[in-house]
Design a protein. Structure first.
Length: 123
C-alpha cells in the first residue's frame, strides 16, 4: 500500500470556513465518485483547527517556520502503478479532480508526495 499526501493551502480569496466547507461538501463527493477509476482504497481529509496562538507557538518552536497548511488530504492506493496507470478513465478522473481543486486550493503552494507508511504506534 502506498499513500499520496497533499499538503493544502487554500486560495487567498477564501476564508478557512469557505475552504473547509467546499473541500468537505463538494470536492469529497467528486473524489468518492472517482475512487474506483483511480484505485483509491481510502481517502481522509485532515482539516487544520483554527488555533492561532497554538500555531504561533508551534512555529516559534520550529524557529519561526511557515504558516501551517490549511489541511492535508491522504489517499491510499495499492501501488505506484495505480498512480501512473495508462488508463483513459483514470486520466479523466484525475483531470476532473484537478480542475475542481483549482476552485479552492492554491495549487502552486500545496506540495504533494508519494510515501510508504511505517506504523509505530497503533490502537
Amino acid at each position: 500500500m502506498i499513500k499520496l499526501t497533499f499538503c493544502l493551502r487554500r486560495l487567498p480569496s477564501l476564508s478557512r470556513e469557505e475552504f473547509q466547507d467546499y473541500w468537505r461538501n463538494t470536492h469529497a463527493d467528486l473524489v468518492a465518485a472517482r475512487a474506483e477509476a483511480l484505485g483509491i482504497r481510502r481517502y481522509v481529509q485532515v482539516h487544520t483547527e483554527d488555533l492561532p496562538g497554538l500555531h504561533r507557538a508551534l512555529q516559534a518552536r520550529n524557529g519561526g517556520g511557515p504558516e501551517p497548511f490549511d489541511g492535508v488530504a491522504e489517499v491510499w492506493l495499492d501501488s505506484v502503478d495505480d498512480v501512473v496507470a495508462d488508463d483513459p478513465a483514470a486520466h479523466q478522473a484525475a483531470a476532473d479532480l484537478l480542475l475542481d481543486e483549482a476552485n479552492f486550493i492554491d495549487l502552486a503552494n500545496s506540495p504533494m508526495f508519494l510515501a510508504t507508511e511505517h506504523e509505530i504506534i497503533s490502537p
